[in-house]
Ligand binder design. Structure first.
Ligand code: DGJ
Length: 433
């Protein structure tokens, strides 16, 4: 109190000019704080504002599209760092190709992000897969505790070939922020048959398959007559097509890559080798002929959940949710996880899924990460992060103009007490009317 009285006395002693100057300074301070604090609410608590401009520590818009987040625990409980990796896009249509590389940011609270630079740079040599002008999309990074390496996977399209290459790119680093060393690109699972197909189908295509092969269209979207059970056989010898992708590490540290395959018609879930650098030849086909892309897979209370989208290029469409008791399936489609007015949920509020982020120290708390693409000016694409709500054991999504991590602080009684345990979370789900 005495401190405030002291301040008031000091203020009274200021001249008119000094008071005007002070007011100006305070006003500028508020403006700057508001700009820098895009992700801080009125009380100074971290807040998320979906689709608003999201600034880094230099007040520069975060440039990490189609991204994913890796959490690395600290030495003390409650400490740790989140690393957000995403496509660095440039202005205009050019930004839909890789001109710079993969950007990485770090944060301890998920709200304020420090620019850590370009984790993987495009190459200047045109003979390299990841040269400038190639397409590098949806990078994801996982940590391998056996090799102590950070491993980055991304969707790679070789320069000048549109989306026909459909390859996985892999890079590796000894520290989270890199620099990452590019290892190579490939079509996954060369010479391997999907584990959920019958032995009778395990033979490459032959002349008898010509009528079915002739039905294949290559524009990446759905069409009547899509030949559902032939493309993986066509690609047996050269490796499976791999476009939109994500990574997932299970509780036993087995890692998987999930990608849109078979001309986008069918997702594949493929186990990685113990070093996470290749696929292991063990994979399943998921929702054959369903035309899903933008996969974002996560696990909660022993179940596996998969957000995805339809295949409509950069245009948004209705989100999809699928669920399974095992990562190998069977996967059951549940429908659109969005709640809200029909005209909004039929386009997922303009967004497309990219990743589901488990919130550290908040078991059962997950953030849906999505992109709101602006392909005419790619750099201006926005990020939409939303808290995942649970209803009858299923995740659901609803739009929020603003929200904070306190969203996840509740118990079965509904009282905000701090962090939830998985048991409390389950009880909370089960107690819902
Ligand atoms: C939709 C995908 O989800 C994006 O990553 C990108 O590949 C666009 N299609 C390209 O049209």
């Amino acid at each position: 109190m005495t401190v405030y009285i002291h301040y008031i006395r000091a203020l009274c002693s200021f001249s008119h000019i000094e008071r005007l100057l002070l007011a100006g300074l305070i006003f500028c301070g508020i403006i700057l704080a508001a700009r820098a604090g895009e992700t801080v609410d009125k009380s100074g608590n971290p807040a998320f504002r979906p689709a608003a401009l999201w600034l880094d520590n230099h007040n520069v818009p975060i440039n990490a599209h189609g991204g994913g987040v890796l959490f690395m625990p600290g030495t003390m409980p409650d400490q740790g760092t989140y690393y957000w990796f995403g496509e660095h896009k440039v202005a205009g249509d050019l930004g839909n190709t890789a001109q710079v590389g993969i950007h990485v940011y770090s944060s301890s609270d998920l709200a304020s992000w420090k620019d850590q630079g370009i984790a993987l740079k495009v190459a200047d040599r045109p003979d390299m897969d990841i040269c400038r002008g190639s397409i590098i999309e949806r990078p994801k990074v996982v940590y391998n505790s056996r090799t102590k390496k950070f491993v980055m996977w991304f969707h790679l399209e070789l320069v000048g070939k549109g989306y026909a290459s459909a390859r996985c790119g892999v890079a590796v680093a000894s520290s989270a922020t890199g620099p990452y060393r590019y290892i190579g690109s490939f079509r996954p699972d060369v010479g391997a048959w999907p584990m959920n197909t019958s032995l009778a189908t395990h033979h490459p295509v032959g002349p008898e398959d010509r009528p079915e092969l002739d039905k294949i269209k290559t524009d990446g979207g759905p069409y009547p007559g899509y030949p559902t059970n032939i493309i993986y056989r066509r690609d047996f010898a050269v490796g499976q097509m791999a476009r939109d992708m994500t990574l997932f590490v299970d509780d036993d540290e087995t890692a998987y890559v999930i990608y849109a395959s078979e001309e986008n018609g069918t997702l594949h879930i493929s186990q990685l080798t113990p070093d996470y650098l290749k696929t292991a030849g063990r994979y399943v086909r998921v929702l054959p002929g369903g035309f899903n892309e933008a996969p974002a897979l996560f696990k909660s209370a022993g179940k596996y959940f998969l957000f995805s989208s339809h295949c409509t290029g950069w245009s948004p469409n209705a989100g999809r949710l699928s669920v399974a008791d095992s990562i190998w399936g069977p996967w059951r489609e549940v429908g659109n996880p969005w709640h809200g007015p029909q005209d909004k949920i039929s386009v997922s509020y303009g967004t497309q899924s990219t990743f589901v982020l488990p919130v550290a120290d908040h078991p059962g708390a997950f953030i849906y990460m999505a992109d709101l693409w602006r392909p005419q000016n790619a750099i201006d694409g926005r990020y939409v992060w939303l808290p995942i709500r649970w209803q009858d054991g299923l995740p659901e999504l609803a739009w929020r103009d603003q929200w904070g991590l306190s969203e996840f602080d509740y118990t079965a009684t509904g009282k905000a007490t701090g962090k939830v345990t998985q048991l409390e979370k389950l009880a909370q789900i089960q107690n819902k009317p």
